[in-house]
Design a binder for this molecule. Sequence first.
Ligand SMILES: NC(=O)c1ccc[n+]([C@@H]2O[C@H](COP(=O)([O-])OP(=O)(O)OC[C@H]3O[C@@H](n4cnc5c(N)ncnc54)[C@H](OP(=O)(O)O)[C@@H]3O)[C@@H](O)[C@H]2O)c1
Length: 306
Amino acid sequence: MSETAPIVVLGGGGRIGSELLGGLRRARVPLRGFARKELDIASRPAVARALCEVRPRLVINAAGYSNVDEAECDRARAERENAHGPAILAAQTAAEGIALIHLSTSYIFNGRKGRAYCEDDPVCPISVYGATKASGEDAVRSANSRHIILRTAGVFGASIDCFPKTVLRMADSGHPIYAAIDLRGSPTPVDHLVSAILAVVGALESGSARWGTYNLAGAIGASRYELAKAVLTARERALGVRTALISAMRMDFGSKARRPRNAELDSTLFASTFGAAPGPWNEATETFVESYYRSFTLPVARSRTR
Ligand SMILES: NC(=O)c1ccc[n+]([C@@H]2O[C@H](COP(=O)([O-])OP(=O)(O)OC[C@H]3O[C@@H](n4cnc5c(N)ncnc54)[C@H](OP(=O)(O)O)[C@@H]3O)[C@@H](O)[C@H]2O)c1
């Protein structure tokens, strides 16, 4: 890869895309980010034009339809953005000899495995979101051999919408908090995810990367209940205010989409290949809670006196 050609990030207006753009900018990587209004990944002419104009050395696709419940009611849109778009990107990047990093999800699995999922476990989605993401993976694998698919899960950070932030918002508004004990995943701190993707970029540049599909998620698993509990404990330490947490089952929420009861990912392969991987979520919750409250005009010190 020529180090002077830019890296293109798609989905730059999204949660992960915007954090990734920030991380790459801080690493002084030549860069071009596209939000949806600037480039629709499901439009072949628009993708071809952008690649021809920018001539990137690498494309990172963080675009997609990520609303798991809404996708159940809008399969056409989920297919367009999660399957058709990646198929176009893979074909167009392959035609130009450009490598592609594509983000995927643990929701391609059915959740029945008793342990964390490995890369070669059978894919068996149970939601429209999961099915369309699995099709997107297939399309990338078959059209561009120079691909790296990164399956991530439960990404959280103070600057992005995520489950731990919903827990804090509800706690702040005095609502009772219910969290499922039978929904497990691998919560992933967004800054750890960005550092790991930077490691992939470095490996591609040094020619030491191995193409393929990798799990890339937090080092240890947790149920939604365990994660909410840790977030509320950190909040109590920061603000001195206790909030009740009520354990629930996933069916109590009446969500439109089925979610895998175990969506834990084993990221060992990624760690041994790229020498970096996200750490455990529990070590990041305190910092997450502190940054969340720092981002308001409500400083932690002042709120302690309430
Ligand atoms: N966040 C997580 O915990 C998580 C976990 C596992 C996997 N992932 C995967 O990571 C990727 C990024 O997720 P995210 O959490 O950052 O989602 P997000 O916040 O919803 O961001 C996705 C972005 O993609 C854009 N987009 C959708 N369709 C597009 C199209 N046709 N052309 C161009 N842009 C398009 C969206 O624009 P609009 O807002 O205008 O629709 C949005 O800005 C997704 O592939 C998701 O499946 C995320």
